[in-house]
Write a protein that binds this ligand. Structure first.
Ligand code: ATP
Length: 373
């Protein structure tokens, strides 16, 4: 399996720059996600790696092999698309066998002798040899589609079609698997199941995988590392926990999870804590910062709604419940604190009392949980 290196990748379309100096260093066997809002350049980055787009500038390598100038089929990348891109008139087996068979025909020079490729596929010469049959059946068993081998792909569910697409990519034993929003067409429940399936397959095969998504939960739950993109640039690369606990900008704090983001100003240092003015209140943070304007970032689960038994916090505020949203295992409160509305997530246990709109509450936040950007 190959590592993937992208250096200074820039892509212009008709003079408009859509990718600007993208640098990636993806390890062998890593599951790497490109995450960002629609139009930020995720697919274009992927298409440059796959060879469907020619970079305006930059170098792309798999291992030591420079891919510049190589056609898509010379790159040893498997590709899975959101739309599955299967042949609807072929059955599952034929879809998966297709590329293996074309490769065999090319290698055996049959193309040159007979010429017309479509006639070849239908002719007796295109019947599958035993090794291809075995390989296809093995991979179909692996993605649990053996019983569907003879069905037309158009007769399958979305999740089954996506597993055919995965099998078709994997059967070629690519060095790198590229997946472009592969779960976007599936319903919520199936998406969760397919996340686990894909992650399991990736871990079993240890195949270097690049996964494009605009869904932060998907990226965070599946990938070893995530690159967050915006407007054709990479803003931050890190493990999911890095990105969540140390976002480098308010955009990332908000895109990767939910966050309270409040403008403030560092006014003092007190016992090793930065004191930040927000509106007519102050909040203390362990983050060191000069006296300057900052954005105060507090994750909703780090705002504690206190009761008489709660511990004392260095930061405590009075608030008023605006809305409460019951989410099963948690309750999300929108709380008015001074001029700001904060979101707090609390664990819900059966029998708990859910606070009503208008209720007065005391909130506590630990300085360790207050980030300053
Ligand atoms: P989405 O999540 O919506 O698929 P994305 O992050 O994958 O978005 P891209 O599809 O890479 O974004 O597009 C990045 C930018 O490049 C967009 O502004 C898009 O309009 C532009 N773009 C992409 N392909 C072309 C093309 N062939 N010609 C001109 N502009 C293009």
């Amino acid at each position: 399996m190959g590592s993937v290196v992208v250096e200074q990748l820039t892509k212009d379309f008709s003079g408009v720059t859509v990718l600007q100096n993208i640098n990636l260093n993806i390890q062998e066997g890593e599951f790497f996600a490109l995450l960002g809002p629609s139009g930020c350049g995720k697919t274009t980055t992927m298409r440059c790696i796959a060879g469907f787009e020619k970079p305006t500038k930059g170098v792309i390598k798999i291992g030591d092999k420079n891919l510049n100038g190589l056609a898509p089929n010379e790159r040893n990348c498997g590709m899975v698309f959101q739309s599955y891109a299967l042949f609807p008139h072929m059955n599952v087996f034929d879809n998966v066998a297709y590329s293996l068979n074309i490769k065999r025909l090319k290698e055996s020079n049959i193309f040159r002798k007979i010429g017309v490729y479509t006639r070849m596929i239908n002719s007796k010469l295109a019947k599958y040899p035993k090794d291809i049959e075995k390989k296809v059946m093995d991979i179909l068993e692996y993605v649990e589609l053996t019983d569907h081998a003879k069905k037309l792909t158009s007769a399958l569910s979305g999740g089954q079609q996506q597993r055919v697409a995965l099998a078709r990519a994997l059967v070629m034993e690519p060095e790198v698997l590229l997946m472009d929003e592969p779960l976007s067409n599936l319903d919520q429940k199936l998406r969760h199941t397919m996340r686990n399936t894909i992650r399991q397959i990736q871990q079993d095969l240890k195949i270097t995988t690049i996964f494009v998504t605009h869904d932060q939960e998907e990226a965070m739950s599946m990938a070893d590392r995530v690159a967050v993109m915006k407007d054709g640039e990479i803003l931050q690369i890190g493990t999911p926990t890095d990105l969540y606990s140390n976002p480098k900008s308010p955009f990332i704090a908000d895109f990767v999870g939910t966050s309270n983001i409040i403008p403030g100003k560092v006014i003092d240092q007190e016992n090793g804590l930065s004191v930040v003015q927000i509106g007519n209140q102050t909040v203390k943070s362990v983050a060191t910062a000069d006296k300057q304007e900052v954005q105060v970032i507090i994750r909703p689960e780090n705002i504690n709604v206190l009761n008489e038994n709660s511990m004392e916090y260095d930061n405590s505020f009075d608030g008023e419940i605006l809305f409460s949203t019951y989410l099963g295992s948690t309750v999300r409160y929108d709380i008015k604190v001074g001029d700001y509305t904060l979101t707090a997530d609390t664990t819900y246990e059966s029998g708990n009392h859910i606070l009503k709109s208008g209720a007065s509450v005391k909130l506590g936040v630990s300085p360790e949980r207050v980030l300053l950007i």
